[in-house]
Design a protein around this ligand. Structure first.
Ligand code: PGA
Length: 254
């Protein structure tokens, strides 16, 4: 079994419209030939429509959230259907920053997942434990519960369409990466739980990305782990040189 690699950027709340489009143009021009790697750039909503006019089959774009209803009187919100209409194909859901600052629960994330899937978007579902849970050695149970309440409620057909990103909260934006052994341990546990809840074939097909201070300095070791299928990249996705290097590293490992 060999899964391709995925390198997904997450700009978070960074880049003006012009800065984002400039990045996309450089990425488009500089992207190496890829046979084993899929590239996705997660960006603020404001960039999606313009960025999609620069797509050339070498990379895709993602939103970073969606509302769970299709449309209606929800001032300031953006639904999966609106995102889909821009040309974006992916949406990051359940990021720890949304769970923490916007009080998103597993139940709400499940509604968003279903809405995204209904609109034909591929969700990048994030999970991961805070530091005290890691120190308590209960990280596996914690992540299992996050999945139990959300993605494990999906059907076999739905779960096949999602990408999972394991992002230990203590590693996000801190410069403190999980070791490759810590990442591999959790990714393997996630795959075992997927096999228990769905089928072994589904578990083996699903991409599980690592996120949390992933950079050109540590990506090779992380991406080489058997169950690590690439990365969800925050800080290092803001500079084209770093992001392109991460893409090259992923492509070199298969
Ligand atoms: P980071 O962010 O790479 O800056 O740690 C990752 C993420 O939050 O997706």
């Amino acid at each position: 079994m060999s899964r391709s690699k995925i390198v997904a950027g997450n700009w978070k709340m960074n880049k003006t419209l012009n800065e984002g489009i400039e990045f996309i143009q450089v990425l488009k021009e500089s992207m190496p030939e890829l046979n084993h790697t899929k590239v996705v750039v997660g960006m603020p909503f404001i960039h999606l429509a313009s960025a999609s006019t620069h797509l050339n089959g070498k990379f895709s774009i993602a939103a970073q959230n969606c509302h769970h209803e299709i449309q209606g009187a929800f001032t300031g919100e953006i639904s999966a259907a609106r995102i889909q209409s821009t040309g974006a194909e992916y949406v990051i859901l359940g990021h720890s920053e949304r769970r923490q600052y916007f009080k998103e629960t597993d139940e709400l994330i499940l509604k968003k997942l279903r809405s995204a899937l209904d609109q034909g978007l591929t969700p990048i579902f994030c999970c991961g434990e805070p530091l005290d849970i890691r120190e308590d050695d209960s990280h596996v149970a914690y992540v299992n519960e996050q999945m139990e309440n959300s993605i494990f409620q999906l059907s076999n057909e739905e779960i096949r369409k999602i990408i999972i990103a394991y992002e230990p909260i203590w590693a996000i934006g801190t410069g403190k990466t999980a070791s490759s052994a810590q990442a591999q341990e959790m990714h393997k546990e996630i795959r075992i739980s997927l096999a228990d809840n769905f089928t072994l074939a589904i578990a083996n097909d699903i991409h599980i990305l690592y996120g949390g201070s992933c950079s050109p300095a540590n990506a090779e070791e992380l991406f080489s782990q058997e169950d690590v299928d690439g990365g969800l990249i925050g800080g290092a996705s803001l500079k084209t040189s770093d992001f392109l290097e991460l893409i090259r590293i992923a492509e070199s490992i298969h």
